[in-house]
Design a protein around this ligand. Structure first.
Ligand SMILES: Nc1ncnc2c1ncn2[C@@H]1O[C@H](COP(=O)(O)OP(=O)(O)OP(=O)(O)O)[C@@H](O)[C@H]1O
Ligand SMILES: [Mg+2]
Length: 235
């Protein structure tokens, strides 16, 4: 579904991704784990068209998407849930969800999808008239995911959804990621919480200083001594 081939990405003179290649197959949950500054967010921003690779290619469903504007990429079915949620604080929950459907014209479909988001996240339904800035961190994460679903994505890319959340909420968020995937949405998940990410993923990549250093099935990486020592708290 998504094929990233040998990309280099820079911020000015600073190189953030080096010859990075990954693949995501339709129906999978693929996770990318890596420490602070490894380049995880940079990769997601490059996929969603916020950054352009200097070298290499990004193919999505057989067409090249690198260098395309972000709105075109959303229209193609890729939706980005950014690090730190980035909800529109002074708008209500419902208004944030409506904005997620900004590029769509099918009113009936939008209404149905909004109802579905409220089924997935009953907490958002209870708070639909509340200003988003007053939601808890976990609720804002739910809203950011709901907003992304409102564009009817085929591929959802999630940047550290568990960041700053209490263990119970983390579990809740990961359960919902699995539910969304079972409903047919392919997932690319970036996480520092390697334990949780590997427990839901089918396959995984490890990113260090802008390059992939390890890849395999989630199970293989869970059992890898290297991964255990560096990312699973040495357990
Ligand atoms: N806007 C920017 N300008 C210059 N350098 C940047 C910019 N954004 C990120 N970088 C650099 O690019 C590298 C990768 O950053 P990135 O945000 O992709 O890491 P990350 O893996 O998402 O880290 P974290 O886990 O802390 O979110 C880092 O060295 C960072 O300092
Ligand atoms: Mg990041």
């Amino acid at each position: 579904m998504l094929k990233i081939n040998d990309i280099d990405v820079y911020y000015g003179n600073i190189q953030a991704l080096r010859g990075l290649s990954i693949e995501v197959n339709e129906g999978e949950i693929v996770t990318l784990i890596g420490a602070n500054g490894a380049g995880k967010s940079t990769l997601l921003k490059t996929i969603s068209g916020l950054l352009k690779p200097k070298k290499g290619s990004i193919e999505y469903l057989g067409s090249s998407i690198d260098g395309k504007p972000a709105q075109t990429i959303v229209k193609c079915g890729i939706s980005h849930v950014p690090e730190g949620r980035r909800v529109f604080s002074n708008m209500t929950v419902e208004e944030n969800l409506e904005l997620g459907a900004y590029l769509r014209k099918d009113r009936d479909g939008i209404k149905k999808d909004m109802e579905h988001v409220y089924e997935l996240f009953p907490r958002l339904l209870e708070r639909r008239k509340q200003l988003s800035g007053t939601l808890s961190g976990g609720e804002q994460q739910m809203l950011a995911m709901g907003r992304a679903l409102m564009s009817k994505p085929k591929l959802i890319i999630l940047d550290e959804p568990s960041m700053g959340l209490a263990p119970l909420m983390v579990k809740n968020i990961f359960n919902i990621i699995e539910m969304i995937n079972k409903e047919g949405v392919t997932v690319l998940l970036v996480e520092q919480n390697a334990n949780m990410a590997l427990s839901v993923a089918h396959r995984a990549y490890v990113l260090e200083t802008g390059s992939i250093v390890l890849s395999g099935t989630a199970k293989e990486l869970q059992e890898s001594e290297e991964v255990k020592a560096a990312y699973l708290g040495g357990l």
